[in-house]
Design a protein around this ligand. Structure first.
Ligand code: XMP
Length: 495
């Protein structure tokens, strides 16, 4: 029966990013030679190990597009009606493609005002015009509309009618490019033997491929995107809508992932089998094992490390993030299931620390909330620019018509005063376009890999060694004995 005097189990201390450093090791590579490709889930890979958080101040379509272009990926938040979230998936999937398989079209009877609305919504410059049978009858672009004053005019009166430059379905990329170039056109509709529109190739997609060589794309050349759901019948319906809209993976996103609801939800989604299923969050080996046993294609780790989280003080629950990753990896590694380290990263150096602890990728909230592509407007305070950032368990995110308070198991709490928040609301400095921020984060990781002598993420994880440091060590790690007068692009001081 054990010692009757023992009343509780107290485990050894857990460690987080600030508690450890990555040891330098013999290196025969230059930072630029390091390959940061990694596994996001059982079937998806990324060229850079960064994921933007499923939070309403971090990831909507614009951020997801920007993340995928840089070689990472975004997870669309779920604090909005299911149809709107599915629309966001659709926006990302249509944003850039080798071939657009279901182009946005209009009918010849629609008005110019209708088409302009379509173009603004999808951020496109024109649409093919089809009749009731789907037969291509023309194309209408900004150029056709620009000098038209009457927005009520019908498309048929201003469109460029057939014959247009078209190509058969299945045309090669090279032939398509040759056609676009020789005819000096920007859009190449693909038609079948009966003249029905079957796809569209645009010149913009060729230039984007050159501009974003690392972009995360699916088999059809479209950007990859994930979307978050909760648990239960409504969430199942939501997930189906997201998959139908083209989501490449679904994230079962609950603050306590080691729970029956999440395990059941993962099993159900896996039985359906149409998209990879990522599940979280957990912070222990047993938690990771439960999600793996349920069939998860990746496990998300982090209970309370987030910069906006108050779970650890409100509930007194969590595990310091490096130890949480290290423990969860004991279940993930043998099963070959990728691990996402979610939350708590403050500097680029934390990415390598997470990987050495056992992560394949990291999920970022605060480090990305300040970029141009995150939702929300700029806020000016004393001449400085900020953007809003809030926890999904904050009062602001849970009050009123919230679709995500079930993340904290509070879906049935109708009265605001009875909500128990597990997050806070605030602002972070504006950081400019994602491209620049991502460059610094990934650049820092390249430096880590150079110091560690690791050419690949797998080598970094296998060979990297973390050393625990003391408070004095941490003080030594940060700039000290100097007053910082110029802010570096990748260092904004100590918390
Ligand atoms: P960072 O540190 O990158 O963390 O800002 C982002 C992650 O924090 C989680 N998250 C929350 N956790 N209360 C919590 O306890 C909240 O209100 C909250 N909102 C987000 C989430 O995992 C995110 O990716």
């Amino acid at each position: 029966q054990g010692d009757p005097a023992q009343t509780a189990t107290i485990l050894p201390p857990g460690l987080t990013y600030d508690d450890v450093l990555l040891l330098p090791a013999y290196s025969d590579l230059q930072p630029g030679e390091a390959d940061t490709s990694t596994r996001l889930s059982r079937s998806l890979t990324l060229r850079i190990p960064l994921i933007s958080s499923a939070m309403d101040t971090v990831t909507e379509a614009r951020m997801a597009v920007a993340m995928a272009r840089q070689g990472g990926v975004g997870v669309l938040h779920r604090n909005l009606p299911a149809e709107e979230q599915a629309q966001q998936v659709d926006l990302v999937k249509r944003s850039e493609a080798g071939m657009i398989t279901h182009p946005v079209t209009c009918s010849p009877d629609e008005t110019l005002a209708d088409v302009e609305e379509l173009c603004a919504h999808y951020r496109i410059s024109g649409v093919p015009v089809t009749d009731a049978d789907g037969v291509l009858v023309g194309i209408v672009t900004n150029r056709d509309m620009r000098f038209e004053e009457d927005r009520r005019r019908a498309v048929r009166e201003v469109m460029t009618p057939m014959p247009l430059v078209t190509a058969p379905v299945g045309v090669s990329r090279d032939d398509a490019f040759r056609l676009l170039r020789s005819h000096k056109v920007e859009k190449l509709p693909l038609v079948d033997e009966r003249g029905r529109l079957r796809g569209l190739i645009t010149v913009k997609d060729f230039t984007k491929s050159e501009q974003y060589p690392l972009a995360t794309k699916d088999a059809d050349g479209r950007l990859v995107v994930g979307a978050a759901v909760g648990v239960g019948p409504d969430a199942e319906k939501r997930a189906q809508g997201l998959i139908d809209a083209g989501a490449d993976f679904i994230v079962v996103d609950v603050a306590h992932g080691h729970s029956r609801g999440v395990v059941d939800m993962v099993a159900k989604l896996k039985a359906n089998g149409q998209a990879d299923v990522i599940a979280g969050n957990i912070a222990t080996r047993a938690g990771a094992q439960a999600l793996i046993d349920a069939g998860a294609d990746a496990v998300k780790v982090g209970v309370g490390p987030g910069s906006i989280c108050t779970t650890r003080v409100v509930a007194g629950v969590g595990a310091p993030q490096v130890t949480a990753i290290y423990e969860a990896a004991k279940a993930c590694r043998p099963a070959g299931v990728p691990l996402i380290g979610d939350g708590g990263l403050q500097y680029s150096g934390d990415i390598a620390k997470a990987i050495v602890a056992g992560a394949d990728t990291v999920m970022l909230g605060s480090l990305l909330a300040g970029v141009e592509e995150s939702p929300g407007d700029l806020i000016f305070i004393n001449g400085k620019q900020f953007k809003t950032y809030r926890g999904m368990g904050s009062l602001g995110a849970m009050r009123g018509q919230s679709y995500s308070k079930d993340r904290y198991s509070q879906a049935d709490v109708a009265v605001e005063e009875q909500l128990v928040p597990e997050g806070i609301e605030g602002q972070v400095p504006y950081r400019g376009p994602l491209r620049a921020v991502s460059h610094q984060l990934v650049g820092g990781l390249h430096q880590s890999m150079w110091y560690a002598g690791a050419r690949t993420i797998a080598e970094l994880r296998d060979r990297g060694q973390l050393m625990q440091i003391t408070a004095a060590g941490l003080k030594e790690s940060h700039p000290h004995d100097i007053q910082m007068t110029v802010e570096a692009p990748n260092y904004h001081g100590r918390r």
